[in-house]
Design a protein around this ligand. Structure first.
Ligand code: AMP
Ligand code: GLY
Length: 423
């Protein structure tokens, strides 16, 4: 079967890398892809949100499955675009419908979903510009820190955590009255602060049946010791050592099952990945967010630990018989360390030549912000490469990744040397 992957990051390279190992996959296309995805398929220069051009590519190349990497096209309704078109409806789209993608597209929708299905989460209330004063009053009833979340998609920047009540009120006003995050902050969810350690659980579902994938923890801050600005993610580890069987059983019973059953009860069509962001408070898991796609860089440790044929699992999703598929997980640990452009997540330069990629043989290098220029590979984004390794423990895996990073060079590169420091 010919397959199209939408996206251009390390996540999409990792998914493609795994699919390219399946004997059932004939040809992979990646739109728009990066220099790394060129080695496993054909890059197509089309934006992930240009559904018309995507459908032309699909029809022209006899593509029968589309895997959606990022959230944007899902929230914009790429699933429905295919399902509602006579010429396209035979194509399997791996990703939720537009209505279900609201789990990530609207924090309020996600909160209401969790309330309706008794899924443990932080207490909250949501406000608009008309209820700004009520928002101030609600803040007065909470103990700091204060958690303010823009309702809509804000490229990972829409969550503010503030210690000072006056600052929280100013930010609430900036979000609601002064469009701090544009349309995304027309509504703001104010949430109880949860104090605990984070864990991400990934589920693949056909809407009724599900498979729990390896769990992971990512490191979002630019600085060591989790200091400094938020990034898309600087590294990840899988499995998470504290996620023992007892905890994972609680997550499955209290969170995964009611989530999947909730899709059926609410009539939400969901054929894809569910990314459940959790915080453990006194060893009890609470949901802080749903994402309707895989995480990046979590994918770069989760997918390499799946031993089964990923295409076979996707077929189970498309045909709604995921219950008939087996999933086998590699018992080793995997870690990934992101090499980023100097200056990221603030302004940074692009176009730096990347050297030494061919010298790496003990890690898998997934490309993120890279592109080809003649026979060179150059940097083209903030997050450039995800260097993944396996070992019996995540600490040993990290050592391998750092050894590989020493062999790769580009001007002003940066990376965190302390991934997994808190585990
Ligand atoms: P989100 O965009 O919802 O993932 O939030 C971004 C980050 O903010 C999360 O990864 C958490 O570290 C933090 N966060 C979100 N909600 C809460 C909460 N209720 N309590 C504590 N931290 C939170
Ligand atoms: N690494 C976090 C995310 O993909 O949202």
């Amino acid at each position: 079967m010919n397959i199209l992957i939408l996206g251009s990051g390390g996540r999409e390279h990792a998914i493609g890398w795994k699919l390219s190992q399946s004997p059932k996959v004939s040809k992979l296309f990646i739109a728009p892809g990066n220099a790394g995805t060129k080695s496993i398929g054909e890059n197509i220069d089309v934006s992930v949100n240009d559904f018309e051009s995507i459908s032309e590519v699909v029809l022209k190349n006899n593509i029968e499955m589309v895997i959606v990497g990022p959230e944007d096209p899902l929230v914009k309704g790429v699933y429905d675009y295919f399902a509602n078109d006579e010429k396209l409806k035979h194509v399997a789209v791996i990703g939720p419908s537009k209505a279900a993608a609201e789990l990530e597209g609207s924090k309020e929708f996600a909160k209401e979903f969790m309330m309706r299905h008794n899924i443990p989460t932080a207490a909250y209330k949501s406000f608009t510009v008309d209820t700004l004063e009520d928002g101030y009053s609600f803040l007065e009833t909470l103990t700091p820190p204060f958690v303010l979340k823009a309702d809509g998609l804000a490229a990972g920047k829409g969550v503010l955590i503030l210690e000072d009540i006056n600052e929280a009120k100013l930010e609430l006003k900036a979000m609601l009255a002064d469009s701090k995050f544009g349309a995304a902050s027309q509504k703001v969810v104010i949430e109880e602060f949860l104090d605990g350690i984070e864990l991400s659980v990934f589920v693949l579902t056909d809407g009724t049946n599900y498979k729990i994938l390896p769990n992971a923890k990512d490191y979002k801050r630019i600085g060591e010791g989790d200091k400094g600005l938020n990034t898309g993610g600087m590294g990840a580890v899988s499995p998470v050592p504290f996620a023992d069987e007892v905890l994972l059983k609680k997550v499955e019973e209290r969170i995964v099952k009611p989530t999947i059953n909730g899709f059926t009860k609410d009539g939400l069509i969901y054929k894809g990945f569910v990314f459940i962001g959790l915080i453990m408070v006194n060893n009890e898991p609470l949901v802080i967010e749903y994402n309707v796609r895989m995480g990046d860089p979590e994918t770069e440790v989760v997918i390499p630990r799946i031993k089964s044929d990923l295409f076979d699992l996707f077929e189970g999703v498309a045909n709604e018989n995921l219950d008939t598929k087996e999933i086998e997980i590699d018992q080793r640990s995997a870690c990934t360390v992101m090499m980023v452009s100097g200056g990221y997540p603030k302004a940074y330069e692009k176009g730096k030549v990347i050297l030494g990629l061919n010298n790496v043989d003990d890690s898998i290098v997934f490309h993120a912000g890279t592109k080809s220029e003649g026979d060179k590979i150059i940097t083209a984004g903030g997050r450039v490469l995800a260097v993944t390794s396996y070992a019996d423990s995540f600490k040993e895996a990290l050592k391998e990744s750092y050894k590989s990073i020493d062999k790769i060079r580009f001007d002003k590169h940066n990376y965190r040397t302390d991934i997994g420091f808190d585990l």
